[in-house]
Design a protein around this ligand. Sequence first.
Ligand SMILES: [Zn+2]
Length: 79
Amino acid sequence: MDSEQILKLYDWDDGICFRHRGRDEVPTTLVWTVRPAAGGIKDVRACEECVLIMEDTRRRAAERMGTNYEPGHVAETSQ
Ligand SMILES: [Zn+2]
């Protein structure tokens, strides 16, 4: 599966990437939500570049552990 196919597995909306806070709004996807000590819920969003890095990390981890890698589930494993 190539990068474009992986990115199509996610829903994209303009926002600020959690690793690129200095940048303007770019297409981002919701990767997880955090509950800050101060209360409330905060959305954590990642840009295409970061999602692909996370997918690559997951793929290598799956290979190491001999498990199946299935793209599209960054949100479930990155907490
Ligand atoms: Zn990013």
